[in-house]
Write a protein that binds this ligand. Sequence first.
Ligand SMILES: Cc1cc2nc3c(=O)[nH]c(=O)nc-3n(C[C@H](O)[C@H](O)[C@H](O)COP(=O)(O)OP(=O)(O)OC[C@H]3O[C@@H](n4cnc5c(N)ncnc54)[C@H](O)[C@@H]3O)c2cc1C
Length: 406
Amino acid sequence: MAQEEIFTQEALDSFRAEVRRWVEQNRPPDPGFVLPQTMLSVTTDDQFTYLRDWQAKVYDAGFVGVEWPVEYGGGGRPRGYQRVVDQEMSRAGVPFLINLVGLAWAGPVILAYGTEAQKQRFIMKALRADEIWCQGFSEPSAGSDLASLQTRAVRNGDEWAVSGHKVWTSLGRYAHQMILLARTDPDAQKHAGISFFLAPMKIEGIEVAPLTKLTGEGGFNQIFFDDARFPAERLLGQEGQGWEIALATLGFERGASDGAAGGRSDVYSYDIGALIELARETVRDGRPALEDPSVRDRIARFATEAVAMRFSRLRTRIPGLVADRPMALPLMAKVESSEHLQRLADYGCELQGYAGSLTKGDPAAVDEGEWQRFYLNTYSMTIAGGTSEIVRNILGEKVLGLPKTR
Ligand SMILES: Cc1cc2nc3c(=O)[nH]c(=O)nc-3n(C[C@H](O)[C@H](O)[C@H](O)COP(=O)(O)OP(=O)(O)OC[C@H]3O[C@@H](n4cnc5c(N)ncnc54)[C@H](O)[C@@H]3O)c2cc1C
């Protein structure tokens, strides 16, 4: 039924009303503990279980993987429906979907490059958060220069044996599966010798060591592989095709490719509205800071930027603007939106005056230190998935045609 549904504004509006009603009636209860602001900072078992249960509930209601094929557990609806769900979840301020790596990066590349058996095996479990995914790309000496990675995978009969060291692995402690890049041919040119695996995490030979972040939260992990063995059919695509699949994955991660099963929205709950509220509550010289023309001017600038970014994002829906250079607008959006949020969070802390230096846990902190946590967390987005410098390099070289940096 859903697959044959015709895309009309009326159908979309009625779907939006359905989602809105469901979210209002099924808003999860207050957990009684502090939730992370993004899936990158899930630290405790309580947070993990709460967020995983929430995703399963949203999936069971039919609102995760709305556009993905029915045969793998998706909803089979036309393009545009998942965006409606994401918007409504964001509007309602309900928690994010924890399995972002599965929904937005691993799932789409499995659909694009996977065998039928791999799609059957992995997709539905990712949608329902029955299996959590993490991303094993970065290494201590391979971040921006990802193709320098040294983790080795060696084929032994029906198995791959992996040894090496990954770092900054978000959700690594809780993950069941990893999208893993490993070198399978050390003699080949560096990009050509890499393969892409759907690696199991709960096996012998894998050790997970959590790391603590700037915010004091967890989320990051180091992953040590010591002759970790898994079946040959865990290879995605062909041996040596890893770099191509990695670029496709980064296309999804950086927003240059469509196709996520949800969960992209509502990473932070802070926006212009929250900034205005803060300025209204903050007292300066006996008056709300919002009455100060210089404050109003700064807020107006943020609001103008936000509107400009929204319209700029809409341009990605015009085929003529993206056909030649599909990455251009999304990469611009990644840099713009992550740096905009960082400036906005910075200003939120600045507005608080002396209290701006008080962080989470300090009883005198404004809004329980959430603005400070937000500010520190915004660095995630200007680094993860390619730093702002790297994305600017790509835009310069690949879009504007400037000479290569090296
Ligand atoms: C919150 C968060 C979550 C993450 N989660 C994951 C994850 O789940 N899985 C995973 O694999 N990785 C993850 N990462 C790692 C992320 O992909 C890397 O941090 C990122 O690619 C940068 O690599 P690096 O940290 O090694 O920095 P480096 O590459 O060492 O860069 C250091 C600095 O040098 C600059 N620089 C480097 N090369 C150039 C150049 N050619 N031109 C100009 N400037 C340059 C960079 O912009 C940066 O400022 C995460 C990172 C963050 C912050």
